[in-house]
Design a binder for this molecule. Structure first.
Ligand SMILES: [Zn+2]
Length: 411
């Protein structure tokens, strides 16, 4: 495939779930996501890959060279956040398709001798926006999350993952292919590469993340009639908690802790009744476990103060977490060799966002690559990566997959 094909494919892919502001909206299990998956299925067929889906809807395209041998798996995700950019995940899946196609050509021409089979993957529900947790497909594949648990997760309308997956008319298999190694390329979703004038990022580790469901419970009452000193206003407590979660950041050095509250559900949500219960999420991230621990301690103190002040109870439950395990140094060395051969400016960096590779690196040797994101926009229609950077990324991935398929990360 030529570079022109990649850019044309990318343009076409971006029409699925396209939004008015130049982005996409393709949350997991929606018609828009099913449509782009059907398109990927056609692409798989056109380049000689056989589609194989596992029971959580991970969509693999398989090329078997050595019967029974494990697979070098390359990919990312085609689902998106609501009103998202068109690069996040999708770029990596299409780059994987093109890189694997190019490596397959080399194998067929006798330029490469494979030690493993090859697969492209589109992981199910990486984003976790409609169904939590995020990285669901790779979580099940790597056995960090039970299949049965994942299938029962519901969206806001009570639709389960199993039901959403049922809207796609395909045959599924209990398991995906056995992995030998994994490679993923993704947009950086931050400003560092662009700021430093680098085209390729070699990801050395993932920031740690802790995600909580926080329930603030009071007792609902009349917004007018109930005396102020008698109120147990859950939304008041939630508001204080949200501010506290934001402000603990200021107790650390700049940039070491990221915190967010990004959802809010209140009951009964009536203009004339103050809330009896509010549920929010809390997301804490740092590259330093000690910082995460300290942040939790500080927040626990604030929580107790808020419970007193607002006369509510606050229950904070851990819903999803991942640690700081680094990517394998052999993979970084391999990737550095490839990027040096290409002559592209590069740097090592950490990923603040989680990726499917965050799960995969814990079970097989994994290479994670970044290309620049203009101004660091992410989960926003303004997300942008240049055509040139996307094409360099594909070349980079070709080089990495060549090394992986000949078994260089598997001693
Ligand atoms: Zn992503």
């Amino acid at each position: 495939m030529s570079p022109r094909d990649f850019l044309e494919d990318f343009k076409y892919m971006s029409t699925f779930g396209a939004t008015g502001g130049g982005g996409i909206d393709r949350q997991a299990g929606t018609p828009e996501n099913n449509e782009v998956r059907a398109w990927l299925r056609e692409i798989f067929t056109s380049i000689g890959l056989i589609e194989h889906q596992d029971e959580i809807g991970n969509q693999f395209g398989l090329k078997e060279y050595i019967p029974g041998a494990p697979y070098v798996i390359v990919g990312s995700h085609l689902d998106s956040q609501p009103l998202a950019g068109k690069y996040d995940g999708s770029y990596g899946v299409l780059a994987a398709v093109h890189a694997v196609a190019e490596v397959m050509d080399k194998i067929e021409n006798g330029d490469l001798s494979p030690a493993f089979n090859l697969a492209v993957v589109n992981w199910f529900n990486e984003e976790g926006s409609r169904f939590a947790p995020s990285m669901m497909g790779s979580g099940v594949y790597t056995r960090k999350l039970e299949l049965e648990t994942a299938l029962k997760v519901t969206d806001r309308n009570g639709i389960t993952v199993a039901e959403a997956l049922g809207t796609e008319n395909v045959r599924r298999h209990r398991n995906g292919p056995k992995p030998a190694s994994y490679a993923e390329i993704h947009v950086e979703q931050g400003p560092i590469l662009e700021r430093n004038g680098n085209t390729i990022g070699l990801v050395e580790s993932t920031w740690g993340a802790k995600k909580y469901i926080v329930t603030i419970t009071g007792d609902q009452g009349h917004t007018g009639a109930t005396p102020m000193n008698q109120r147990k206003d859950a939304l008041y407590g939630a508001a204080k908690f949200i501010v506290a979660a934001r402000e603990i950041v200021d107790q650390f050095a700049s940039g070491v802790l990221h915190t967010s509250v990004s959802t809010l559900e209140l009951f009964p949500n009536s203009p004339v009744t103050y809330a009896g219960e509010v549920t929010i999420n809390l997301d804490l991230r740092s590259a330093d476990t000690a910082v995460l621990d300290r942040a939790e301690e500080l927040l626990a103190k604030e929580r107790a103060k808020i419970e007193d002040l607002a006369d509510v109870t606050i229950c904070q439950q851990l819903a999803h977490q991942w640690g700081l395990i680094p990517y394998q140094s052999e993979g970084l060395e391999l990737a550095e060799k490839v990027v040096c051969d290409l002559g592209e400016p590069f740097q090592y960096l950490k990923t603040v966002a989680g990726h499917d590779s965050t799960n995969m690196k814990d079970i097989v040797p994994t290479v994670m690559l970044f290309v620049p994101s203009k101004d660091g926009y992410s989960h926003n229609e303004k997300e942008f990566t240049t055509d040139n950077d996307m094409l360099v990324g594909v070349d980079m991935l070709v080089g990495v997959v060549e090394h992986l398929v000949t078994g260089q990360l598997n001693p």
